[in-house]
Write a protein that binds this ligand. Sequence first.
Ligand code: AMP
Length: 285
Amino acid sequence: MRTFQQIGPLRTYLRGIRQEGKTIGFVPTMGALHAGHMSLVKRAEQDCDIVVMSIFVNPTQFGPNEDYNSYPRVLQQDLQLASNSGVDAVYTPSTEDMYPAGFQTLITPGPLAAYLEGEHRPGHFSGVCTIVAKLLNIVQPDRAFFGQKDYQQARIIEQMVHDLNFGYEVVVAPTVRAEDGLALSSRNAYLTEEQRAAACAISLGLNDALRAYTAGECSAKALREIVECRCRNEALVSLEYCSIVNSLTLEPVEEVCSVSAVILIAAKVGKTRLIDNILLPSRTS
Ligand code: AMP
């Protein structure tokens, strides 16, 4: 596996790959890799000739009171895991290379970023779009791979890639979960054993709602109540939002049946903020 810290050598390497007629799959990450990240690598391996991963904890997507400083950084462990999983090249830029003195251009996403995470984390998606755009411009992959785990992020990136004519295919892969249902996340490492057990209320609530939807419940209010009830019963879980929205526009829906919808949830377990979601496919399609 090749590792690159500098843009120049990475670009030279990738030019060579393209000249050989090979396709490039790209998996951007913030590191502290887990099976969720590795599922994107596996998918990229299936779809492309070579897989490039980036590991960069992006400061511009963290708010002033968020966990940028404490975010888990385990680069050597990550490189080992990436190498064992067949990643061909890892790009680990420095913050100075990504945001040199005088840097001033940020991407502003549109209405998809207005609600939910965008409302609770002002500026977050501008930071996400800016770093993803920079990385896509550097790597120029054929396909870029993102997780459904960060549903709103994936939709906003799809929209940016379309709006700005990036010409890369965006692939969104399913959420990988622990055996008890908790969505894998680098932030799960912050949880104590007790908090980790309590955090299951999030995915249990989402699954309860999916089951009720499958059994015929269409009211978004009723489905939300099912999720909220699970979380209320867990003293360590404090719900930030639970919204049922159109899966494309992310606008709130009242009745779910005729549109494809998604339940999006953010909750704090102790000081750790977790997000998750579940799709409610349209019954009419
Ligand atoms: P992160 O390192 O958290 O920025 O995530 C990097 C990529 O991995 C993003 O596209 C995430 O959506 C994706 N990802 C994170 N957790 C999971 C998971 N449990 N299952 C699938 N993809 C994930």
